[in-house]
Design a protein around this ligand. Sequence first.
Ligand code: PEP
Ligand code: MG
Length: 325
Amino acid sequence: FRERLAELKGAKSETKDGFEVELVANIGTPKDVDGVIRNDGEGVGLYRTEFLYMDRDDLPTEDEQFEAYKEVAERLEGKPVVIRTLDIGGDKDLPYLELPEEMNPFLGYRAIRLCLDRTDIFKTQLRALLRASAYGNIKIMFPMISSIEELRQAKAILEEVKEELRSENVKFNEEIEVGMMIEIPAAAIMSDVFAKEVDFFSIGTNDLLQYTTAVDRGNRQISYLYNQFHPALLRLVKQVIDNGHKAGIWVGMCGEVAGDPKLIPILIGMGLDEFSMSPISILKARWIINNLSREEMKEMAEKVINLPTAEEVKKFIEENIKIEF
Ligand code: PEP
Ligand code: MG
């Protein structure tokens, strides 16, 4: 089967009835680009930049960041590279920042909240990202957005940084796309409003499921409740895709669900445009998509979101969507 998958390198990621999607990769470091290329990823849908900041004693400089982003953009030769701004806090600590101890770290001072407070850190990263955008197809993505105010503030800071670079005659891509993660229920619910202010959405199902069901994604004792087939998650995903499309923007997904063989058909049915996953999952996802009919999956997706339990969703998919491997 591995050999048959290898034959899919260079093939299109489209359904039997000609619906084409993008299969891209989640990466954490420039080294991971090897795997993206080996598995014929069509770009990067999520570059988790926090790893640049971890396992060291101080913040990475603008130049260090610039080099890392530039390397990824160049090696992908014009393919899209979605770079997420710093998403630290929650379960990811940076000892040298001396972040406060919190009762609920996942609900606390993290990601965009920290960046909007520590604009020195945020601006340095944005400068590096913009400078690197002159060397490839970089898109900027903000994590953990929960309100329009936060999005507007982040965009305003980005504009300030652009202005700074212009005045220094530093080149960057003036048309750079700016998107946001949809990983907080408030953002999913308000996605019709957000869609008017960004170029794309990427749904982060890992956190969206955690916050929608109030189930800590890392707590083993309640992991039986952390179920990606939960119809509440699927309904939110459908709503976000529809709202994005109504406003004319593309909608991707970079949480674990995007690479889940059982849920890919449902996402195809919902019209998801971009699937971002671990590089090793890409060719299998292409195989699945090549064997589906978008029209049939549309009906399946409609049925699935009307089922009452995660168990029934999973069973329905297993019984009704058969893919030969
Ligand atoms: C997510 O929340 O789904 C996501 C992709 O981000 P992370 O897993 O880095 O929180
Ligand atoms: Mg997340």
